[in-house]
Write a protein that binds this ligand. Structure first.
Ligand SMILES: Nc1ncnc2c1ncn2[C@@H]1O[C@H](COP(=O)(O)OP(=O)(O)O)[C@@H](O)[C@H]1O
Ligand SMILES: [Mg+2]
Length: 465
């Protein structure tokens, strides 16, 4: 069979200030029509950059070498890297479409969901508005959105994360692409929603080739035909999903598979890649003994009979105030060194509980104790010095980091606010040191690790009481 896409000797460099950095080296990938190819690898390994290069979406500082040959339905083969102007526009969003990680930022907030999809259909298929609308409703039905005609008139912020990603999938599917690129399409979603979205992609796939970028091997095992493993910009191994999962050859692939947390007993530090490999290619798999993280009997956090009620709008005639019970009589504790998982489907109160512990929402009743000190009803001033002992990592790194600050400045900020260390030079030095500890290369930050780094740096820097 003629491959749909052939990536040949692809290399990508970035030329910013300083020496050029190579982020993709000599990649070769082939995708057949109807095939789901998963690209896996840790953050920063070059997955997204590879995907973006297919549609020439990289900034002008990128220098790209190699060929990306695309052959749609036995038509003439084109090199995507050589396309320009109208020819490129024809391919983008029509023959090849993309779904991104973050549905919140991919949809335009000022237009209704319906309008955004109708626009794409009208643009590429040159049909009148009425037909575009009909097609949009059909697409919403296909992606199993509830009440499609009402979603047509709703704005993105009126939908849940999972629903928004369904709208994005509908948009991507709207022009029957022959290749779909999905860059971590489920990372920002609830675990319960993740699976249904992936099943949906698989179900709608028909004869379409799919490049699925992910760092989650669970996802891969479920739906991929082929797996490509990337490490520091290089493809270290590729093959059928079954082969790679059952007989991984490369030390890095084995290390990745070994890092899946579910395999490990509780109460131990989670394994990281450096437990298994040292130098990517050369180092054989070795197992360092797991470090036991001691769980003490002292509670760090105690939540007792916590209730968070939100008043509902009172109707003119009703005498009693009604409440929405977001958190209703919750009691639990977290011991030193212990990790407590809080699970439940969307809307069950997880986030409200977290925000209440952090003093971002007022508790209606009950108690919150941090290191045996009751912090439930402290006023904002009294709570401020305590805030540095409670840190949160939000779901969405893009929304959590100020885009105007460099990563360094973003991390220095909490240190300044809490008056830690005496001057900025010292703080900067501390941040660099911590960045080195937390990730292998401080200048390389992509996606989720960035916000994790920011939060964990605060945790590491701030003195534990
Ligand atoms: N615009 C850019 N300028 C310079 N370096 C970049 C740019 N975009 C990405 N990079 C670097 O390219 C490498 C690969 O990033 P990426 O493809 O986003 O990784 P991931 O595998 O997590 O998707 C990283 O080292 C990243 O810092
Ligand atoms: Mg990425």
């Amino acid at each position: 069979m003629q491959p749909l896409l052939t990536i040949k000797n692809l290399s990508i460099q970035f030329k910013n200030e300083g020496p050029a950095t190579t982020v993709v080296k000599n990649s070769n990938i082939e995708i057949l029509p109807g095939e789901i190819v998963a690209i896996v690898g840790e953050s920063g390994s070059g997955k997204s950059v590879t995907a973006l290069s297919l549609l020439q979406l990289l900034p002008s500082s990128a220098v790209i070498n190699g060929e990306i040959l695309f052959t749609e339905n036995n038509t003439a083969t084109v090199d995507l890297l050589k396309l320009s102007g109208e020819n490129l526009r024809q391919i983008r969003g029509s023959a090849i479409s993309m779904i991104f990680q973050e549905p919140m930022t991919s949809l335009n907030p000022v237009f209704t969901c319906g309008r955004q999809i109708m626009e794409t259909i009208q643009l590429h298929q040159k049909v009148p508005a009425k037909i575009a609308k009909q097609k949009t409703i059909e697409l919403f039905e296909k992606v199993k959105l509830p009440d499609p005609s009402s979603i047509l008139n709703r704005y993105p912020h009126e939908l849940s994360g999972g629903q928004k990603q369904r709208v994005m999938i509908a948009m991507a599917m709207s022009c029957n692409p022959s290749l779909l690129i999905a860059d971590e399409p489920t990372t920002a979603l609830d675990v319960t929603v993740q699976k249904t979205i992936l099943e949906l992609i698989k179900e709608l796939q028909f004869n379409m080739g799919v490049i699925l970028i992910t760092h989650d091997f669970g996802v891969v095992a479920d739906i991929a035909d082929k797996i490509v493993v990337m490490y520091k910009g290089e493809i270290v191994e590729q093959g059928t999903a079954k082969n790679i999962l059952q007989h991984p050859q490369h030390a890095y692939t084995r290390a990745l598979l070994n890092c899946r947390p579910a395999l490990h007993p509780k109460g131990m530090r989670l394994p990281v890649l450096s437990d298994f490999i040292e130098n990517g290619k050369t180092q054989a798999l070795h197992n360092k003994p797991q470090i036991q993280s001691p769980i003490s009997n002292d509670a760090v956090l105690e939540v007792q009979n916590l209730k968070v009620y939100f008043p509902l709008k009172k109707s003119f005639f009703s005498k009693n105030q009604q409440f929405f019970k977001a958190v209703d009589d919750v009691t639990f504790e977290v011991k030193k060194g212990e990790t407590v998982g809080l699970v439940g489907e969307s809307g069950c109160g997880k986030t409200t509980l977290g925000r209440t512990i952090l003093h971002l929402i007022k508790a209606s009743s009950g108690k919150i104790l941090l290191n045996n000190k009751d912090i439930t009803r402290l006023n904002d001033n009294a709570f401020r010095p305590i805030r540095k002992n409670l840190q949160i990592v939000f779901q969405d790194p893009y929304g959590s980091l100020n885009p105007r600050l460099t990563i360094g400045d973003a991390i220095v900020e909490p240190l300044k606010i809490h008056g830690i260390l005496s001057n900025n030079a010292q703080r900067k030095e501390r941040v660099t040191e911590l960045l080195k500890k937390l990730i292998c290369y401080p200048n390389i930050l992509t996606g989720i690790p960035t916000s994790l780094v920011v939060a964990s740096v605060s945790v590491f820097v701030l003195p534990v009481p």
